[in-house]
Design a protein around this ligand. Structure first.
Ligand SMILES: [Zn+2]
Length: 119
């Protein structure tokens, strides 16, 4: 799981993913030297989806996992909620799947729970 990171670190993580994608395409082309342009495109498209999913994951998780500076108030009883940890959730986007995480809070009073960002 990722924690908030500087923009430079998020970018480095993206570039590392992009490099892995490119290397994978090189390997694939080595193994399929007779591939048509259309087949290359189909292969690149699959990997593009993976890359985009990971990119958005990095962009969102690396920027903010929803932990608030001030504890949110319980919607039921108005008590300050306690930060419990991070919870993972999957988002199926147009460009592949991302595993996002968000902060999870629990009310010590009535055991209500909530997530940030709400999803
Ligand atoms: Zn409560």
């Amino acid at each position: 799981m990722s924690r908030p990171q500087s923009r430079g670190r998020r970018k480095a993580a993206f570039l590392a993913e992009a490099e892995r994608m490119y290397e994978a395409l090189e390997d694939w082309y080595d193994a399929h030297p007779e591939a048509s342009f259309g087949e290359m495109e189909a292969e690149a498209r699959k990997r593009r989806r993976e890359l985009m999913g990971k990119t958005l994951e990095q962009l969102v998780n690396g920027r903010d996992s929803g932990q608030q500076v001030e504890a949110p108030k319980c919607e039921q009883c108005g008590e300050a909620m306690e930060f419990e940890g991070y919870s993972e959730w999957g988002v199926q986007g147009l460009e592949g799947e991302s595993r996002l995480e968000r902060a999870y809070y629990r009310c010590p009073h009535c055991k209500g729970q909530t997530f940030f960002p709400p999803g």
